[in-house]
Design a protein around this ligand. Structure first.
Ligand code: FPP
Length: 235
């Protein structure tokens, strides 16, 4: 019902989503935090459908940051279990919907079965071309830059360009995110793609992530389309 209002020629090429507010959503209902994350997964599923409907080609969900290890073991294992479950249960859907699953971040500290599961799904879905669904896992923007620079040093480079860095970031297979949405009203980027976000448009709706739906995405896209993007130049 919203489709006709979205102009196809001025849509973001890659949306970053910082899914904030799962904990508050659960606490407000007297539920444990992990039920907030569970509801957060349901919002991921609905958002993927809405992104396909609005013809967006790539999205990155910030699912686990390099700082999230500070949370309790119970919460961390809960998130890992939800991710395992999500990837296992949605395989058919990825094919029916044309979703390609990728991930960014340092997986060396992730449980090996989850790393294998992600790699298996990446390979299986690599030819799907409706929407790239990229999960940022043990991802930090600073870590991304350090990792890229270390790779360049290993190659023997002693002088590097912007392109060298971009080509070696975890996101080298994606355009920079032109639109970044952070739910829950917090207005921070929290070490998300800090290098790639140099010219991103930012949007901070008040809605808590588990309540985010197609209507919120539509409002976000409408807002993006009103932005005057000059990239440092003059119109
Ligand atoms: C932020 O809410 C959310 C997270 C740190 C984790 C988000 C993870 C998921 C939705 C599950 C991951 C799996 C997939 C498939 C993406 P918060 O806990 O910081 O909320 P609060 O600020 O209200 O406490």
């Amino acid at each position: 019902m919203f489709k006709k209002y979205i102009l196809s020629e001025n849509l973001p090429k890659h949306i970053g989503i910082i899914m904030d507010g799962n904990g508050r959503w659960a606490t407000k209902r007297g539920l444990p935090r992990n039920l907030g994350h569970k509801a957060g997964i349901d919002a991921v599923v609905k958002t993927i459908d809405a992104l396909i409907k609005f013809k967006i080609k790539a999205v990155t969900f910030f699912a686990f940051s390099t700082e999230n290890w500070k949370r309790s073991e119970q919460e961390i294992n809960g998130i890992f279990n939800l991710l395992r479950d999500y990837l296992a249960k949605n395989q058919n859907d990825f094919f029916e919907k044309g979703v390609k699953i990728t991930s960014i971040g340092d997986l060396t500290e992730f449980p090996q079965d989850l790393v294998d599961q992600l790699e298996d799904i990446r390979k299986k879905t690599k030819n799907n071309d409706k929407l790239i669904v990229n999960f940022a896992l043990n991802y930090g923007g600073k870590d991304d830059i350090v990792h890229a620079v270390n790779k360049l040093l290993k190659e023997g480079k002693n002088q590097i360009t912007d392109k060298d860095i971009s080509d070696n970031l975890y996101t080298n297979f994606l355009p920079d995110p032109d639109f970044v949405i952070r739910t829950s009203g917090e207005q921070r980027v929290s070490n998300f793609m800090i290098y790639q976000m140099a010219y991103s448009e930012l949007y901070f709706p008040k809605v808590l992530w588990p309540d985010f739906n197609e209507k919120h995405l539509y409002e976000a896209l409408k807002n993006f389309q009103k932005r005057d993007r000059r990239f440092g130049g003059i119109k």
